[in-house]
Design a protein around this ligand. Structure first.
Ligand code: GTQ
Ligand code: FE2
Length: 361
């Protein structure tokens, strides 16, 4: 036990702190608390967002927005941040006939297609058409634009690492001088080059940090998942889970974001665990619930929810469900900051202490 301080000692200290402050400094011992994750577990229901998005599509011209996007903003970050402390999850809508003009930035982006057809993304001279459930990569500093050639709006989820890039003061962006970039490559050529599994082209550069495959088709992912589900239990924590890997290296699809698809057969209940790195989950098909730090989050197709770093989580599928998810663990791993822990008590399942309710702003 420390002796209580005398009044004059306290005054001495206060004066000392004032003096230190004048020199743009502060003593370490005064406010030494370890920061806790500020982002909270949260869920955004597509049912709520669809009307908002379609209204934005009516009243917000593309010239005004450049990208017509609603940001899922974690209430733990006071409505000013993204979905987790580092990862963005945004819904984007594009009308028939519109083009979201070409630009590039140092943040990396991914897309998971939610509804519609006949829209394309062009990345660095290659155009790819997008269908629901497709996973699109837009790695950093590559030119990209989107266009809708169909006759109804198209919606997708954008995942970005921009908050991480901002924190590192490495944010740059550039507009392309024209609306669309020139298409210098055959349409969907990266699928023919890189989506053939273990057969890899020998003549292309293998040193890039991100996947050269722009579009991982849902049909292929679902086919692989459902075939495996017939004979495999999968992971106790993630179900039948496939990583969208860089076909050239086996590494993550993007340097900062690892991306996965999990199939949970009807009735599956995964074991709870926790790990560093925030996760964004997007339900492609099915319905069920997840228990995050003891709270039950019911989800259905097209909903998006987040698990902050170090929060316990487990998943239950009411019907067969396919869930897309991405996380910033590729940034943590090389720095020795990735850690993981199973939930040991109660047979690996958390006790449910409440149900999620949205927080009105
Ligand atoms: O589609 O290029 O949600 O640049 C945020 C920033 C989407 C995009 C977002 C972007 C984009
Ligand atoms: Fe962009």
């Amino acid at each position: 036990m420390q002796e209580p301080m005398s009044g004059s000692r306290m005054e001495d200290l206060e004066l000392f702190y004032e003096e230190v402050k004048r020199y743009q400094s502060r003593p370490l011992w005064v406010s030494r608390t370890d920061p806790q994750p500020k982002a909270v577990p949260y869920l955004w229901k597509y049912q709520d967002f669809r009307p908002l998005l379609f209204r934005a599509a009516e009243i917000v011209p593309m010239e005004m927005a450049e990208r017509r996007v609603l940001i899922f903003s974690n209430p733990g970050l006071l409505g000013r941040g993204p979905a987790t402390s580092t990862l963005s999850a945004n819904l984007q809508i594009i009308n028939p006939g519109e083009v979201a003009p070409s630009h590039r930035h140092t943040a990396s982006a991914l897309r998971l297609i939610v509804e519609g057809d006949s829209a394309y993304t062009a990345v660095e001279g290659e155009k790819t058409y997008m269908e629901p459930g497709d996973f699109i990569t837009t790695p950093n500093w590559l030119w990209h634009d989107h266009g809708n050639e169909g006759d109804r709006p198209m919606v997708w989820l954008d995942g970005l690492d921009s908050t991480l890039v901002n924190a590192l003061d490495a944010t740059f962006r550039e507009e392309y001088p024209e609306e669309s970039q020139p298409l210098t490559k055959p349409t969907e050529v990266s699928q023919r080059l890189y989506a053939a599994g273990s057969l890899r082209p020998t003549w292309v550069d293998r040193s890039r940090l991100h996947s050269p495959l722009i579009n991982y088709k849902f049909a292929q992912a679902y086919d692989a998942l459902s075939t495996l589900a017939r004979e495999s239990e999968g992971s106790p924590f993630d179900g039948i889970c496939l990583e969208y890997s860089n076909p050239q290296t086996g590494g993550p699809a993007m340097a900062s974001m690892a991306c996965y698809a999990s199939l949970f057969p009807a009735g599956m209940h995964t074991q709870a665990h926790r790990h560093t790195g925030g996760v964004v989950y997007h339900v492609i098909t099915g319905s069920g619930y997840s228990v995050i730090n003891g709270v039950r989050f019911d989800w259905t197709a097209k909903d998006t929810f987040v698990v902050p770093s170090w929060a316990f989580h487990e998943h239950v599928a009411t019907e067969e469900s396919v869930v897309f998810w991405y996380t910033d663990t590729p940034v943590l791993e090389p720095l020795g900051l990735y850690r993981e822990e199973p939930y040991e008590e109660n047979g690996g399942h958390q006790r449910v202490t409440g149900n999620f309710a949205p927080i009105p702003a």
